[in-house]
Design a binder for this molecule. Structure first.
Ligand SMILES: Cc1cc2nc3c(=O)[nH]c(=O)nc-3n(C[C@H](O)[C@H](O)[C@H](O)COP(=O)(O)OP(=O)(O)OC[C@H]3O[C@@H](n4cnc5c(N)ncnc54)[C@H](O)[C@@H]3O)c2cc1C
Ligand code: FES
Length: 280
């Protein structure tokens, strides 16, 4: 049956790598696209990026941050997800650009991987910066090592690579190489500062993959609306990738926190039911 969890691997604390059986998505997905998943019939719909595809299955990397993602990360191999819609969103606009900078933070590193693979297929030279809180959160390192021409790791505490943030890595790359196009995927605040830095450094375009709250993921509700270049866009159908130098970041950050109280209540109830989750 479709949507079976074929494989589950722990990548970092609260971060899991899933291989999900679904032939349709495996066949049609392109780098930059995502799925909307419901893990059980009465569950909410959550968007997750397609991190890779195989013959009959696809990969998604999930960080447990609230009720649904915790529940998903607690599922085991052999269990089935109730339904999956996708592939959704526009594929990344990949071409031959020459030297390309790719910046990944946290679970955004998984979103970056298929983009990096496709850019490499087009013979681009990849200057990759991966950042994490500490060395445990710099995921998929080996996969990127095999792919990129320059790799810079930054950690907040200096436990791996350079002590600092990904924007420090951007300065380093630009010392030796002129970059005109970049991709940044990670927490919203990281993408905001990468976009500001890109402008400062004279990078003409920095694609960011936005992660607003989504419901249907197909353009019907507007929950995912963002302002780009002064115009309203729906991230699920017009994106999720946009030019970071044109995004209204403060509006997006504000909208992301609009259900914080409800999310905390729902997660609180969930924790009461399942007990200690620190092992996850
Ligand atoms: C296009 C797209 C692709 C995504 N891809 C991935 C992915 O590959 N892997 C992954 O782990 N997550 C991904 N996300 C984020 C993921 O959808 C959210 O983490 C998830 O919906 C949270 O649900 P929850 O019920 O567990 O937590 P909630 O209770 O809804 O939220 C818990 C906390 O997470 C924050 N949060 C909620 N939604 C988001 C969001 N969309 N982005 C960032 N923070 C959020 C909330 O502000 C809150 O603080 C993606 C989001 C989008 C829009
Ligand atoms: S999630 Fe409803 S329009 Fe994008």
């Amino acid at each position: 049956m479709s949507n079976e969890i074929l494989k589950k691997t722990k990548l970092a604390p609260q971060v899991y790598d899933f291989i999900i059986k679904n032939e349709e998505i495996a066949k049609r997905a392109k780098p930059g696209q995502f799925v909307v998943v419901r893990i059980r019939e009465k569950g909410e719909r959550i968007p997750l990026t397609i991190a890779d595809t195989y013959e009959n299955s696809f990969r998604m990397v999930v960080r447990a941050v609230g009720k649904t993602t915790y529940e998903l990360c607690m599922m085991e191999e052999g269990q089935h997800l109730s339904d999956i819609a996708g592939p959704l969103g526009n594929p990344s606009e990949i071409d031959y650009f020459g030297d390309v900078m790719l910046i990944g933070g946290g679970v955004g590193i998984a979103t970056l991987l298929p983009i990096a693979k496709e850019l490499k297929r087009f013979n681009n030279r990849l200057h990759v910066i991966l950042g994490g809180r500490n060395k445990d959160y710099v995921i998929m390192l080996e996969e990127f090592e095999n792919l990129c021409d320059e790799l810079i790791i930054t950690t907040d505490d200096g436990s791996m690579g350079i002590k600092g943030v990904v924007t420090d890595g951007m300065d380093l790359v630009m010392k030796n190489t002129k970059i005109n196009i970049a991709w940044a995927v990670g927490p919203t605040i990281m993408m905001k500062f990468c976009s500001i830095k890109a402008k400062e450094l004279g990078i003409e375009k920095i694609w960011v993959s936005l992660n607003p709250i989504m419901i249907d993921g197909t353009g019907m509700c507007g929950a995912c609306r963002v302002t780009v270049d002064g115009k309203m866009k729906f991230a699920c159908v017009d994106g999720p990738e946009f030019d970071g130098e044109k995004v209204d970041w403060d509006e997006l950050l504000k909208r992301l926190s609009q259900y914080r109280d409800e999310e905390e209540i729902s997660f609180g109830k969930f924790k009461e039911q399942v007990g200690d989750l620190s092992w996850l």
